[in-house]
Design a protein around this ligand. Structure first.
Ligand SMILES: Cc1ncc(COP(=O)(O)O)c(C=O)c1O
Length: 403
């Protein structure tokens, strides 16, 4: 309130009164559900010179030169015009790639947007009571199902946030201890899984563990589910197999993909769903009129013309992943097998949170999550081979300093 005491002019006084008023009374206008929400926490984006940034699963390689050229060439008079509302040209190209029709595809402002659209399209809000209380209990399972957002833990930490913002019920169900998917029989025995949940998210390959899942296993789970299932394949280009065929086989399955990770386009925010035309048509009704910006559409279209460039990058990232996993294992880390562009590793000697700081002190940023099922681990994005070597060198130094 120091600012208030020094205020002299009328306008400053008004500002001061507004500030005081906003902290005491403006909160009343916010819905109780929103007041109690915990927002999604994105990874840090610090601007530290020389930082080795391995915390947000970005691609270490730039977009293809031709993609950059196409984006630059598009920055002209057309910026005053609205973009195509359904990203039509991009959907036509994606349909060719996935051997389906443009009606099977909806594009979003990143895959985060289409994931959020799915919650709003397929899940009934439960009520407007505070988000904290929203968890699908075992009792009254059938009436809760239409409001139930279901997912495995650990997986993408956005899912509970999407459920909470919608006033839906959460049904988080633990993966097996090695982060593998429980079988349908195990899920039935466990009685926690809801086979009639309105919406089920499966991150495949899993994040943050990196574990890949066989399409046949996913198929069995999809077949057993009565509600909509989203297979979130954000990292699938780094995996041995993908489950795209399930989106075209089952009428209740959507596959989510993104240009962010494998295609070096986080900045442009382009992601999409593939699935049955009826589900896609319903999702279109719920999106903003111009939800994908024009430069994003152009960038993604140009990307699809350069797939060989990107496939070469996948191979480099996979080779670095395998070498880094071996190197860290030799240094005493427990590294889970990964089918993604990151690894989950349990470090030796110190708790993972201390490793986070020790690496940060050496200008290397990795990710640590406080959730109990992963708090013993570091999630390390696969950068260039040189960045991986820097990480291994720093790790050796940290271990040597302790000895
Ligand atoms: C599993 C998973 N799905 C989806 C996304 C969202 O990607 P985007 O919104 O950049 O397309 C992420 C991003 O980290 C992710 O980890």
């Amino acid at each position: 309130m120091l600012m208030c005491q020094r205020t002299n002019s009328t306008s400053e006084k008004f500002f001061c009164e507004m500030t005081t008023m906003s902290s005491s009374s403006s909160r009343q206008f916010v819905r109780p559900l929103v007041q109690n929400l915990h927002a999604y926490v994105p990874g840090e984006q610090p601007k530290i010179k020389g930082l080795v940034k391995l915390n947000t699963n970005e691609n270490p390689y730039p977009p293809a030169p031709q993609v950059l050229k196409t984006i630059r060439a598009a920055v002209d008079d057309r910026l005053r015009l609205y973009p195509n509302p359904t990203a039509e040209n991009l959907r036509i190209k994606l349909a060719k790639l996935h051997r389906c029709r443009p009606e099977n595809i909806i594009v979003g402002n990143g895959s985060d947007e289409v994931l959020a659209l799915a919650v709003r399209t397929f899940v009934e809000p439960s009520s407007t009571t505070p988000a904290k209380k929203h968890r699908a209990g075992k009792a009254d399972r059938s009436s809760a199902s239409k409001s139930c957002v279901q997912y495995f833990t650990p997986s993408y930490s956005l899912y509970p946030v999407l459920a909470d913002t919608h006033g839906a019920l959460n049904n988080p169900v633990p993966l097996n201890s090695d982060f593998n998917l429980p079988s349908v029989a195990e899920l039935k025995r466990g009685k926690q899984w809801n086979f009639t949940a309105a919406l089920t998210f499966i991150t495949t390959p899993n994040a943050p563990s990196g574990r890949g899942y066989a399409t046949s296993t996913l198929d069995q789970l999809c077949a057993a589910q009565r509600g909509v299932v989203i297979l979130d394949e954000a990292y699938v280009d780094f995996a041995a197999e993908n489950a795209m065929k399930l989106a075209l086989k089952h009428p209740h399955v959507l596959v989510a993909r993104t240009f962010s990770k494998a295609y070096s386009l986080c900045f442009q925010r382009v992601g999409y769903f593939v699935g049955h035309a009826d589900l896609i048509a319903a999702l279109h009704k719920m999106r903003d009129s111009y939800n994908v910006n024009g430069l994003g559409q152009i960038a993604a279209e140009a990307t699809l013309d350069q797939l060989n460039y990107y496939r070469a990058n996948f191979r480099k990232i996979i080779a670095t992943r395998e070498k880094l996993s071996r190197d860290l294992t030799r240094l005493g880390f427990r590294v889970f097998p990964s089918q993604t562009n990151f690894i989950l590793a349990q470090p030796p000697l110190f708790p993972a949170k201390q490793w986070l700081q020790k690496l940060r002190d050496r200008k290397i940023l990795v990710r640590w999550f406080s959730a109990p099922e992963v708090s013993d681990y570091l999630r390390i994005t696969i950068g260039t081979a040189a960045e991986a070597a820097t990480l291994v060198k720093a790790t050796r130094e940290i271990l040597r300093a302790k000895a």
